[in-house]
Write a protein of this length. Structure first.
Length: 210
């Protein structure tokens, strides 16, 4: 049997008696980029939260490298990086402190140099030790996105990564996604933005009749 990365089989989820998606099937391998599209309320975040292991409101099977997620949850979570659409940071802590926490939760410690490089990469040079509440919405979002560069992962699950990001920043994030996939990473994301990446893009549209 061929080794697949993430496989979703007949996934079904509903909210308040409304089917968000039913019989959803797809497979994602190394280098794949999949956009989950659809109107507000169609279930994009719900799907991403399920795939990030944060919600069990579903029926169907999710497999990672051919084995059920439920049988290897800890391993899967260790290889996954999920960035939700919220700020995802503690406002009273600095970017450096927030990222130290994120890294420590993954068992990564004493990596301030890597964190500083990540903050540099997302355009936050000079803001490393400033409390996050004093940063702009876009800068706070960039703190969260810096996790992409200090936490190793095989799979990125990104919910609206472009929210509050300026035009140049959008192009940078698109390049990061392409580079990550070029290196064998897998990306699953939602966005209402028309994605410009240098990789073939697959799109699944949720919504009426999906
Ligand atoms: N915590 C919750 N409690 C009750 N209903 C919820 C909850 N979270 C989501 N829903 C419902 O589930 C449906 C899908 O929501 P979801 O956030 O997945 O949509 P979405 O496609 O991500 O929307 P958007 O484009 O606005 O972000 C919506 O009808 C929403 O009202």
């Amino acid at each position: 049997m061929a080794d697949t990365g993430l496989e979703v089989r007949q996934l079904y989820s509903e909210r308040d008696d409304r089917v968000l998606f039913g019989d959803l099937c797809f497979t994602l391998n190394a280098g794949d980029v999949l956009q989950i599209a659809g109107p507000n309320g169609s279930g994009k975040t719900s799907l991403l939260r399920i795939l990030a292991g944060l919600s069990s409101r579903y029926q169907g099977d999710i497999l990672w490298h051919n084995n059920s997620l439920n049988q290897q949850r800890a391993d899967y979570l260790q290889q996954l990086l999920y960035i939700g659409h919220g700020a995802g940071i503690k406002a009273g802590l600095s970017p450096l402190e927030n990222l130290r926490w994120s890294c420590a939760l993954r068992g990564l410690q004493n990596n301030d140099n890597q964190i500083r490089e990540a903050l540099l990469k997302v355009g936050l040079r000079g803001f490393e030790e400033q409390a996050c509440y004093s940063l702009s919405a876009g800068q706070q979002r960039r703190v969260n996105l810096a996790r992409l560069f200090c936490i190793p992962a095989q799979l990125w699950i990104l919910d609206e990564p472009f929210t509050a990001i300026d035009q140049r920043g959008v192009a940078e994030i698109e390049a990061w996604i392409s580079d990550f996939a070029d290196g064998g990473g897998t990306v699953l994301l939602t966005t209402h933005h028309r994605l410009g990446i240098s990789r073939p893009l697959r799109v699944i549209e949720l919504g009426e009749g999906s």
